[in-house]
Design a protein around this ligand. Structure first.
Ligand code: ADP
Ligand code: MG
Length: 143
């Protein structure tokens, strides 16, 4: 996958709060193009696989439980400098530390339930996108 893509997930708190449309609007207004999108529900095991890098962290169990607690909306987003620009748009992991105007500052309640995921590198963006989307479900390949 090209380095102008990132993998985002609208987390279960975003879906429960009825914020899918609002957050996607925010993302699109910032110049990101949605090139793949679905609604799904992770199992604790699937969530655990996605966040395997955090398996030794004290919050891992809580994270897997939360991410499998309801529907979520994974998306592949396209924009120049997508990974870094999306991390900037969503703000710090802890909404209390996130900059004004960021998605997490605007909508998140806590460091655990923080509305949205964004990949942290081009390499992980590609791995994470393939976790949810076969290449045939990315818009450039749908024609
Ligand atoms: P980010 O999502 O900003 O890349 P991390 O990769 O460090 O953050 O953590 C992954 C996810 O784990 C966070 O988005 C959040 O949902 C959860 N998390 C991180 N730190 C904590 C914590 N101290 N307590 C509870 N949950 C946390
Ligand atoms: Mg991360």
């Amino acid at each position: 996958m090209a380095s102008n893509r990132t993998l985002a997930i609208l987390k279960p708190d975003c879906v429960r709060k009825g914020l899918i449309g609002e957050v996607i609007t925010h993302i699109q207004k910032a110049g990101f193009k949605v090139v793949a999108l679905k609604m799904t529900r992770l199992t604790a095991a699937t969530a655990g696989g996605f966040y395997a890098v955090h398996s030794e962290r004290p919050f891992y169990g809580e994270l897997c439980e939360f991410m499998s607690s309801g529907a979520c909306v994974p998306m592949v987003l396209e924009k120049e400098n997508a990974v870094a620009d999306f991390r900037k748009l969503i703000g710090a992991t802890n909404p209390a530390e996130a900059a004004d105007g960021t998605v997490r500052k605007l909508y998140a309640d806590s460091v655990g339930e923080n509305i949205v995921h964004g990949s942290d590198s081009d390499e992980n963006a590609e791995i994470e996108a393939s976790y949810f989307f076969p290449k045939s479900e990315i818009v450039a390949n749908l024609a």
